[in-house]
Write a protein that binds this ligand. Structure first.
Ligand code: SF4
Ligand code: SF4
Length: 306
């Protein structure tokens, strides 16, 4: 079967994206027709690895990435004129004045690496360097498939670049030739990391809850997906929520004609599975949620390969 790359995204976090990815990955691993690679591109808060730990911790591979630029102060060059503060060189408020030593101090977390201080300081007392921005971690999971994820470093300003690096890492890995399905747990929202995740996918699954904010965020993420012209399907999580808004949410989907891949009912098995760090289809295979997720996986296979 031709290799397909599928992203699971949501307009906001905490709506079941990672839990769903873990379950789809488990089902794909058990299916004799699919050879799956799993990626977590939610690089600012990767937690798929908690549900899908490594088979052998000693074999976990880590690779540093360097994509963030930060200013560095060169004290020997400084003549203590304080222009950098008085003339507000830094738009990001990353420069503070050290009264005791009469020198500027760079706030590492606030610095965006824009380079203004380097250009404006008459004594060339700043330089801009590329610093460690995160890491790519890869291993064989306990269930059996390769899992690769990115993790940003505190203060990194390059989450989108790290997502692209993770995707490239997988493209160059030796596992890629043996795979026919790549599942990506995407970041929430519609920012740069989401765009980096969505580009070049074959299919996108969106998951959302039937609430006013859920619909608002769903519409935003669909706009991004449609911008790239990628086919997508919707999953409603906690679809049986007794909310006055549920009907309106369902009406939106039927009016737009978007493909609905399934509706996952509220099921305590899901948080229970999470507390045991397992996917729900493994933890409670006969639960209401697992039965629906299995149907969603069968639906997905038909869409991808039939
Ligand atoms: S860093 Fe440059 S602008 Fe700031 S006090 Fe030193 S010499 Fe003056
Ligand atoms: S590089 Fe830009 S953001 Fe960083 S300290 Fe200099 S002016 Fe501020």
């Amino acid at each position: 079967m031709e290799r397909k790359i599928v992203g699971i995204v949501s307009g906001k976090g905490g709506v079941g994206k990672t839990s769903l990815t873990a379950s789809l990955a488990s089902l794909a691993q058990k299916d004799i027709k699919t050879q799956v690679i799993v990626m977590d591109c939610d690089v600012d808060a990767p937690n798929l690895a908690i549900i899908l730990p490594a088979l052998d911790e000693a074999k976990i591979k880590k690779e540093d990435t360097f994509a963030t630029r930060k200013a560095k102060f060169i004290e020997d060059q400084c003549v203590n004129c304080k222009k950098c503060i008085d003339d507000h060189f830094c738009e990001f408020n990353a420069l503070n004045w050290d009264n005791q030593n009469s020198i500027p101090i760079i706030d590492f977390l606030k610095c965006e690496g824009c380079g203004a201080c380097r250009v404006l300081c008459p004594e060339h007392a700043f330089e801009i360097n590329t610093v460690k921005s995160g890491e790519i971690i890869s291993y064989k999971s306990k269930i059996g498939f390769p899992l690769i994820y990115g993790k940003t470093r505190l203060g990194s300003t390059s989450s989108g670049k790290l997502v692209s690096d993770v995707k490239e890492y997988v493209n160059n890995s030796k596992d890629i030739d043996n795979s026919n399905l790549i599942l990506i747990d995407g970041p929430p929202g519609i920012g740069c990391p989401v765009i980096a995740t969505i580009s070049n996918l074959d299919y996108v699954i969106t998951i959302s809850e039937p609430t006013p904010s859920g619909l608002h965020d769903l519409i935003r993420v669909i706009e991004v997906i449609q911008h790239f012209g990628i086919p997508f399907g919707l999953i409603i999580n906690k679809s049986d929520l007794k909310s006055p808004f549920t009907e309106e949410f369902q009406k939106f989907i039927s009016d737009t004609g978007y493909i609905k891949l399934g509706e996952i009912p509220f099921d305590l098995s899901i948080p229970q599975a999470m507390s045991y760090a397992e996917s729900v289809v493994e933890f409670a295979p006969d639960s209401k949620a697992s039965i629906v997720i299995k149907k969603i996986f069968e639906n997905l296979k038909k869409i991808l390969w039939e």
